[in-house]
Ligand binder design. Structure first.
Ligand SMILES: Nc1ncnc2c1ncn2[C@@H]1O[C@H](COP(=O)(O)OP(=O)(O)OP(=O)(O)O)[C@@H](O)[C@H]1O
Ligand SMILES: [Mg+2]
Length: 429
């Protein structure tokens, strides 16, 4: 896709948005034109997913990885790798295709594939990159946050990006939005993705867009580690997990232990519930259940490694309910369907609002804090980007918190990568 012509950059610097759910890349080419790379077939956004197929030993990426897993191919799916940055898990080994690999090595593989696809599209090597980063990789832990950025930079370098710089994701989103404004505007840019919600209040000015240093125009940034993958977890816990025993009051009138349900509902922790030790622990839980049907379903989910499948169905229902406002069904018949029993759950606009209420309140609070810190009493516009910014109850909560403000629905998936490419171009001029 080619858009507005900018002053040409001397070096090709790729803007890389390594997202929790989707990744994207863009570059300002030698003619000064923004090129958003079609990373996944014709699509610019590529699911941040890696699938290790056990039979063929092939490693698949993006939507091919998702399809292989969802079609039932034997193997290991990894998603939400970004959520592991800054955690100890990054250096832990996991078993894929009969070999032990660190999660870090899997991030490197992903970056190598991303680079390969970009180079194939551009027809030339690319070694310089501006990497996006959320305002906080990790909430309230500066040391882990530094570690997360350092790990991301190291992984990109190991994949062949020998020169890297970082830019905050909401600033990148703002720079993309700036390409479309014709006069000076103050905006709250809201980027709600899969893992984080990031905000910036910025003074947009088309006359400044080629400047390398925009710090004078950036009035505030805030961020919180809540995003679409958390919404999926909360909806999974409120609709699907009770069918597997979550909150089941079992023997001795006690609720059954709940850690297994949290792991199964958290994209980046699902793999932990499939280890031999975790399976053994879950099996032994049968004595805690008075309703053995629930325990059997739990074991079906664990032994069949259906965690990502369940969450994918929950995510699809979330999106469908958000788009249509109508209740959406979650089909769970793959869980050891017995006799004529049909197993499923439903997400309605109301149940979604209830399950997400607290998380959405935190997101809105973080948005308000950003405006407060900017020193402005109001902004001219609120610009929405990131996949989860389409979530209906979130839009409603933002409208209620900021009455009268114009909400602009923006470039939901490619904006951050474009803004990172603009950053790269401005720096290399
Ligand atoms: N129409 C929709 N309504 C609600 N949520 C949606 C919709 N479309 C996509 N999503 C959610 O958006 C999220 C992905 O958004 P996006 O690709 O912007 O995230 P990301 O950039 O990968 O994450 P992050 O920036 O947090 O690292 C997913 O959680 C997905 O379920
Ligand atoms: Mg994002």
């Amino acid at each position: 896709m080619a858009t507005k012509v900018l002053p040409a950059a001397r070096n090709l610097t790729l803007g890389i948005d390594f997202g929790t759910s989707n990744s994207a890349a863009a570059v300002v080419d030698s003619a000064g034109v923004l090129q958003v790379i079609p990373l996944d077939g014709v699509r610019s956004e590529m699911p941040t997913a890696v699938f290790f197929a056990s039979e063929t030993h092939n490693v698949l990426f993006g939507s091919e990885a998702m399809q292989a897993y969802l079609n039932g191919s034997e193997g290991r799916l990894l998603r939400s790798l970004k959520s592991l940055l800054g955690s100890r898990l990054m250096d832990e080994y996991t078993s894929v295709n009969d070999q032990a690999m660190r999660f870090y090595d899997i991030v490197v593989l992903f970056f190598k594939e991303l680079r390969r696809r970009c180079e194939a599209h551009l027809g030339q090597p690319v070694t310089c990159a501006v990497l996006g980063r959320p305002v906080h990789f990790v909430d309230d832990d500066a040391a882990r946050d530094v570690l997360a950025q350092e790990t991301l930079g190291r992984a990109a370098a190991e994949a062949g990006f020998t020169s890297t710089a970082f830019q905050l994701e909401p600033i990148a989103a703002a720079l993309d939005y700036e390409q479309r404004v014709s006069r000076q505007t103050t905006a709250l840019v809201v980027d709600i993705g899969g893992g984080t919600s990031d905000f910036t209040v910025i003074c947009l000015n088309p006359a400044h867009s080629a400047l390398a240093d925009r710090s004078a125009d950036i009035l505030s940034t805030t961020g919180v580690h809540i995003g679409g993958t958390d919404f999926d977890r909360l909806l999974d816990l409120s609709t699907v997990m009770p069918l597997l025993g979550y909150k089941h009051i079992g023997t001795g009138n006690r609720p059954v232990p709940n850690s297994v349900f949290f792991e199964l509902s958290t994209w980046h922790l699902i793999h932990q519930s499939y280890t031999r030790k975790a399976l053994h622990f879950a099996k032994e839980l049968w004595t805690d259940f008075t309703d053995q049907r629930l325990h059997r379903r739990l074991m079906d989910a664990l032994e069949g490694q259906h965690g990502h499948r369940m969450l994918s169905h929950v995510e699809a229902a979330k999106i469908s309910c958000s788009v249509s406002g109508q209740a959406a069904l979650i089909d769970l018949d793959f869980l050891g369907h017995r006799g004529s029993e049909h197993l499923g759950a439903t997400i309605s606009a109301r149940s979604m609002g209830e399950a997400l209420q607290q998380a959405l309140a935190q997101v809105v609070q973080c948005a308000q804090l950003c405006v407060q810190r900017s020193g402005l009493t109001a902004v001219d516009a609120v610009y929405l980007t990131g996949g989860s910014s389409a979530l209906r109850p979130l839009i409603e909560a933002l409208r209620t918190a900021m009455p009268g403000v114009t909400l602009i629905e923006g470039n939901r998936f490619g904006g951050v990568a474009a803004g990172l490419a603009y950053t790269g171009a401005a720096r290399s001029m």
